[in-house]
Design a protein around this ligand. Structure first.
Ligand SMILES: *[C@@H]1O[C@H](CO)[C@@H](O)[C@H](O)[C@H]1NC(C)=O
Ligand SMILES: *[C@@H]1O[C@H](CO)[C@@H](O)[C@H](O)[C@H]1NC(C)=O
Length: 318
């Protein structure tokens, strides 16, 4: 039996093996590709937070979720370990209980990682996966444009029970939003955080749900409205970049070719018509030979002008 060796065959084979080879799916904000569509989210990098507040009778329970698509989260100040997420965390949850009776009391009840490279901190690898929404088979995704990110790796202890954590971040195309509008600025300070932007209004990054009813896994759902989720954005930006380069490159090439043609053709003319040799071959040979002297002269004039009339005397003869 002969094995077919068509390109299609190779493509099928590689698409079958690629997920195995790429089992260490790190979260890379710059290169996102599913089903031949490219996205880039580096402009949403840096710590970005969203608040979920629960209004109880005697207290508020405010949970801040902070995510960095491009790098592990890092706190500015020294913070006790039980009030922050471990190194390698990309999505951190910090819960505060704020008593309504006593305004000043603000207790951090729980801090735990939801996703990140946490295999060295009692957790798991992040195992990032991206799903294109346009071709999603879920009914709830019908009509959506964007991409869904699945990340995991975090662990939360609930009454000594270890519960795995996971998050879905749905990036939804909104051509009018950058994605960093009206974000929640938490008390927990992170390196690289930007100051508040825009007027108070609907934040681009939103909390959807935190589902704890699973058997041994909790799932956080976030929604991120941004133009970077639109399928055309990355392509258009790449094309703009290419055109820009294209123009520049062509300009240089044409300038170079014109000069070369002029010199070669001119030399040929001079050779044939006047039997010129050496420097005399070049068109405007005299001028070219004089360039260093002309430059020197020009520099001298510039220096004269700059240094002003006071020290002019020495060069008066020029
Ligand atoms: C908790 O959330 C409520 C409701 O959004 C907000 O008014 C309050 O300022 C928050 N408190 C803290 C300490 O974050
Ligand atoms: C919180 O709940 C209390 C009643 O339990 C209510 O009076 C109050 O208006 C609520 N606050 C907000 C901001 O929803």
């Amino acid at each position: 039996m002969r094995l077919p060796r068509s390109p299609a065959h190779v493509a099928i084979l590689s698409s079958f093996f690629f997920p195995l080879l790429a089992s260490a799916n790190n979260l890379d904000c710059r290169h996102v590709r599913t089903e031949k569509v490219d996205w880039a989210f580096e402009s949403l990098g840096g710590p970005k937070s969203v608040l979920h507040a629960v209004n109880n009778t005697a207290s508020w329970v405010n949970t801040t979720y902070t995510i960095d698509l491009c790098a592990p989260l890092k706190r500015i100040n020294d913070v006790p370990d039980d009030q922050k997420c471990p190194g390698g965390t990309r999505l951190c949850s910090i819960e505060r209980v704020i008593s309504k009776e006593d305004d000043e009391s603000d207790v951090i009840a729980n801090a735990f990682p939801i996703a990140g490279e946490l295999q060295n901190h009692g957790g798991f690898p992040i195992d990032a996966k991206w799903y294109r929404l346009k071709t999603s088979e879920l009914d709830t995704d019908a009509g959506k444009e964007g991409v869904r990110l699945e990340i995991k790796g975090g662990v939360k202890y609930v009454e000594k029970q270890k519960r795995k954590q996971k998050a879905f971040v749905e990036f939804i195309c909104d051509p009018d939003l950058e994605g960093d509008e009206n974000l929640w600025i938490p008390e927990d300070e992170y390196v690289g955080e930007e100051p508040e932007k825009g007027s108070p209004g609907e934040p681009s990054l939103q909390f959807v749900s935190y589902v704890t009813s699973g058997k041994d896994e909790d799932v956080l759902n976030l929604l991120w409205k941004t133009r970077h989720a639109c399928e055309a954005t990355k392509r258009e930006e790449d094309e703009a970049k290419k055109n820009h380069w294209g123009f520049f490159t062509w300009f240089i090439i044409i300038a170079f070719l014109s000069t070369a043609t002029y010199l070669i053709f001119g030399s040929w003319l001079n050779y044939n018509r006047y039997g010129a040799r050496g420097w005399d071959l070049l068109p405007h040979g005299d001028t070219i030979r004089d360039v260093p002297y002309l430059l020197k002269d020009w520099m001298r004039r510039v220096l004269n002008t700059v240094s002003g009339p006071g020290t002019r005397g020495g060069y008066a003869a020029v």
